[in-house]
Write a protein that binds this ligand. Structure first.
Ligand SMILES: Cc1ncc(COP(=O)(O)O)c(C=O)c1O
Length: 412
């Protein structure tokens, strides 16, 4: 190792953890001047700060982008998932099948409405929900399935949709990490009944740290979404002779079995969202090119494997998860991360505990699972530092360090 490289702690120029040569940047999202201007313009305009023309524009542009019929901006993706659970009419005792390898928010809104969460295993190659395991876990009480396009890998919707339809199961797509991910050109979020996107600060595009989009396929559901999103607020059905009688706004019930929520998002965030959408494809192309480079450089390191994208899919590489198989030399993922961290200065992490291992789900009665693939795979998975626009020097250090560390463990 070049000793000079040791003193470089922040190759990205965006802030990093001291003591490491390559880490995830502390500043994850750099706004362009046009994006900053979009927010400032709304502030200067000082119009109503919520539910106005910027929200409408954002929803229209977003629906066009993904090819969805109806899109509704909300304050985050967890709220969008809650709307999905509400529209699925989840009742206590219903079962909802969720992949056990995902972020906790994929399951929480369904558990909150009383569903029993049934954990589906991952497919050993794609690392997303295994369609065969989903089918095996269907019972007469299964109400919905949550298909998570985790890490930006499209779940196998071509297999899952017909199985779910044959059993009358509602399909929710969790696209939090998968904006612009596609299957045969069709965007994820348009295969099921409901879809949920995130604009959290760690995502491809962000609306000032929080934000989300709820997409639904049915015209009938779409009519109820604005009221369910905003405390049942709506207009009066008929013309009023005096506009102030009986009150400026009506409040109604839109779903018989549910109270409405307040999941609204501000106008400045929506104006920013419209601007950010313009760079999503370009930024994903950069991430995809970075992924190709790493795979090419690691092709002679068989211990490291990568997720397989289903045929015809566009994997938008939201995070950089890999799998290490050190069984031939008796080494583990933790041995590899020890070496990468202490000797090579690469700050790798391990993401998403299988959800049934978390105290939250165990305390809520969802700690049981039959997911042998995930149990074996997860213990050997790890993530590289990852951001859009990794400079060449960091990329070179990351790849060389991984190759060298694996070889060192192998004993060659
Ligand atoms: C797969 C997945 N689902 C849901 C969410 C929740 O998104 P939000 O933070 O916008 O509520 C996230 C956020 O990281 C996620 O990664």
């Amino acid at each position: 190792m070049d000793s000079k490289e040791n003193i470089i702690v922040d190759m990205s120029g965006r802030g990093a953890v001291p003591g490491f040569r390559v880490t995830c940047p502390a500043i994850q999202h750099k706004y362009t001047e046009a994006e900053i201007q979009a927010v400032v313009d709304v502030m200067r305009e000082a119009c109503g700060q919520t539910q106005g023309k910027y929200m409408k524009e954002f929803e229209t542009r977003f629906a066009e982008f993904v090819g969805a019929k109806h899109a509704f901006a909300v304050n985050n993706c967890t709220s969008a998932l809650k709307l999905a659970a509400i529209f699925c009419h989840i009742q206590p005792g219903d079962e909802v099948i969720v992949p056990a390898y995902t972020f906790c928010a994929s399951a929480i809104p369904f558990g909150d409405l009383g569903a029993k969460i049934v954990w589906a295993d991952i497919h050993p190659k794609t690392w997303t929900i295994d369609p065969d395991d989903f089918e095996r876990k269907i019972t007469p009480r299964t109400k919905a399935v949550v298909c998570v396009h985790l890490l930006g890998i499209p779940a196998d919707m071509k297999r899952i949709v017909p199985i779910a339809r044959a059993h009358g199961i509602r399909i929710v797509e969790d696209c939090a990490q998968a904006l612009d991910c596609r299957i045969d050109g069709q965007h994820v979020g348009t295969f099921g009944d409901y879809a949920c996107f995130s604009f959290h600060s760690a995502k491809t595009m962000t609306t000032l740290g929080e934000g989300g989009m709820f997409v639904c396929a049915s015209d009938e559901d779409a009519e109820s979404v604005p009221g369910m999103r905003h405390v049942g607020a709506c207009g009066f059905a008929s013309e009023r002779e005096r506009y102030w009688v009986p009150a400026m706004s009506n409040v109604d019930s839109f779903l018989d079995d549910r109270w409405p929520q307040n999941f609204c998002i501000g106008e400045a965030q929506c104006a920013l969202g419209t601007e950010e959408l313009k760079s999503v494809v370009k930024n994903n192309d950069i991430l995809i090119a970075q992924d190709r480079q790493i795979r090419r450089r690691l092709q002679n390191t068989p211990e490291i494997s990568f997720p397989e994208c289903p045929k015809g899919g566009r994997y938008v590489v939201h995070q950089y998860v890999m799998h290490y198989d050190g069984s031939a030399c008796g080494k583990t993922r933790d041995d590899l991360l020890d070496l990468l961290t202490t000797k090579y200065g690469i700050r790798c992490i391990v993401q998403y505990y299988p959800l049934y291992r978390y105290p939250l789900f165990q305390k809520k009665g969802c700690g049981e699972a039959d997911c042998p693939v995930l149990d074996a795979w997860w213990d050997n998975s790890f993530s590289f530092p990852w951001w859009c626009g990794i400079d060449e020097k960091s990329m070179d250090i990351m790849c060389r360090s991984l190759i060298d560390a694996v070889a060192e463990l192998r004993g060659k």
